[in-house]
Ligand binder design. Structure first.
Ligand code: CO
Length: 167
């Protein structure tokens, strides 16, 4: 397998709608390893497969409590108020967006071995998981902006990427 790399806006893979993982084999283990090798040095606390160009229902997260893998994740319930957190995204360098999301979520997923689990999350982990699950349907935090602010954010991203290529 060629090694994975972080994809940034406007790479089309960020808009992919992902497919469920059916096989829990060696390659899944490799994918998870490569994703964590990308997430940690970048300073991220979550990473979705679309961000490394893969159209699979895979995300990882670590808010300082250890690395967790979520395969085929689904939000089965949300509760609590919607609260706003200023979120960033490794695929949208230099952009932050205040995103309102429910405080608590119940997530159903499989772990890296294919074992099913259902768990409630709140606080930062609930926000990170909702952010990453958005990625798996091709949704980005800039989609929460009004059209005018989204236009300026996208323009800024495209310009800074063009400059980075030129350097
Ligand atoms: Co993101």
């Amino acid at each position: 397998m060629r090694s994975l790399e972080l994809k940034t806006y406007p790479e089309p893979c960020l808009r992919i709608k992902t497919k469920r993982v059916e096989k829990f084999d060696r390659s899944l283990k490799d994918i998870l390893k490569e994703m964590s090798d990308i997430m940690y040095p970048s300073g991220g606390i979550g990473l979705a497969a679309t961000q490394v160009g893969l159209g699979l229902d895979i995300l990882i997260a670590d808010i300082g409590e250890g690395l967790r893998a979520f395969i085929n994740p689904e939000v089965v319930e949300t509760s609590g108020r919607k609260t706003v957190l200023e979120e960033g995204c490794l695929s949208l360098p230099g952009v932050t967006v205040e995103v309102p999301r429910p405080e608590r979520i119940k997530v159903k997923a499989l772990d890296e071995k294919g074992e099913a689990f259902v768990k409630m999350y709140d606080g930062l982990m609930a926000k990170v998981l909702q952010h990453e699950i958005d990625h798996l349907s091709g949704k980005l935090i800039i989609d929460y902006l009004n059209p005018v602010r989204a236009f300026f954010a996208k323009r800024k991203l495209v310009r800074s990427k063009r400059e980075a290529v030129r350097e």
